[in-house]
Design a protein around this ligand. Structure first.
Ligand SMILES: Cc1cc2nc3c(=O)[nH]c(=O)nc-3n(C[C@H](O)[C@H](O)[C@H](O)COP(=O)(O)O)c2cc1C
Length: 311
């Protein structure tokens, strides 16, 4: 697909292929790599509004953005309108261009606290949160899924409510809460959402190739697509979808990612994180099982690079 700009309030993206927030994966270093391949928008991992107000150091660390993140976008989660608004007004968020609200997370820890996808069951509360946040004049966007019960979509009603509240863009993950991240994506329902509002609608779910992205765009008429797991093994997927020339070398990519991470984190933390990052990168890469497995036991960044060289 040819790149198109998406207008989010007073900011415009360069492309309409976005990187989704993925807690535990899409740190500033990975986002920086995806931007290099044409990701038009990137989001921080989800950040707790409550924790922000309590000045949590670990939470603040999630707010660090990469140098090439020209549009800075933070994703917040929470369930209290006042807390969400106050979090948005924190100094730590003042430099973000876009504030996205997570209203799609299916995980019990979030859902049982009335946040994430629980808000799909309480549109009046979701409206209070979004209106309170939009009243600050900031660019507020929201990411949802279709609903919490399979077949009972609230997405169209939600979209109209969100647009009325002043939200500037809506991302729809075309699955239900019980689906988590598997199963069919309902293209028709995303299309109905797209046709029900004037704000940009971004379609998400199950995009692992250029063909998947084209199917999603053709079947939904969305303004853009958002890639999550597909990017973890192929950060170059953005270029592939956008039909742009690219070069990809796994060793060089990992080396660059480690260099970036080293500017912020200690070796041990980087290595522990890479124990789950590497299996993603190696998905579909034909290689020795033992060699692949060794990456899940690394203790330092040097060890990761040495393992590559040992192949
Ligand atoms: C490990 C993992 C972490 C995720 N973290 C977030 C998150 O922090 N915020 C969010 O809105 N969605 C999160 N998601 C959902 C993804 O952004 C995306 O909506 C979902 O994976 C569907 O897209 P895909 O089929 O391209 O993977 C997460 C998904 C996974 C698998």
């Amino acid at each position: 697909m040819k790149p198109k700009s998406v207008k989010i309030g007073n900011v415009c993206t360069e492309t309409n292929v976005f990187l989704a927030p993925l807690a535990g994966y899409t740190d500033f270093a990975f986002r920086s790599i995806c931007i290099g391949y044409g990701a038009g928008l990137t989001f921080t991992e989800m950040v707790s509004a409550n924790a922000l107000l309590h000045d949590s150091k670990a939470t603040k660390e999630l707010l660090y953005t990469a140098e090439n993140e020209k549009i800075r976008c933070v994703q917040l989660f929470g369930s209290d309108p006042q807390i969400m608004k106050e979090a948005l007004q924190q100094e730590a968020l003042s430099s973000f261009d876009v504030v996205d609200v997570n209203m799609g997370c299916p995980v019990p820890k979030i859902y049982n606290n009335g946040a994430g996808s629980a808000l799909l069951n309480d549109l009046p509360k979701a409206e209070k949160i979004l209106s309170a946040m939009c009243s600050t004049g900031r660019n507020v966007t929201v990411k949802i899924r279709l609903g919490t019960e399979r077949g009972k979509s609230v997405a169209v009603a939600f979209a109209k409510m969100a647009e009325g509240a002043g939200v500037k863009m809506l991302t729809v993950h075309g699955r239900y809460r019980p689906d988590y991240y598997a199963g069919e994506v309902d293209f028709d329902e995303i299309a109905r959402v797209k046709n029900s509002v004037k704000i940009p609608v971004i379609a998400n779910g199950g995009i692992f190739s250029r063909a998947d992205a084209e199917t999603m765009m053709n079947k939904t008429g969305a303004d853009g697509v958002m890639i999550a797991r597909g990017a973890l093994s192929k950060p170059y997927l953005f270029s592939e979808i956008l039909e742009q020339e690219y070069r990809f070398d796994l060793y060089e990519t990992v080396k660059r990612q480690l260099e970036l991470l080293k500017t912020r984190f200690d070796d041990r933390r980087i290595a522990v994180n890479f124990r789950k990052v590497m299996p993603q990168y190696l998905k579909g890469v034909p290689c020795d099982k033992e060699w692949k497995c060794a990456f899940t036991k690394v203790n330092s960044a040097e060890e990761i690079l040495a393992l590559f060289k040992s192949r």
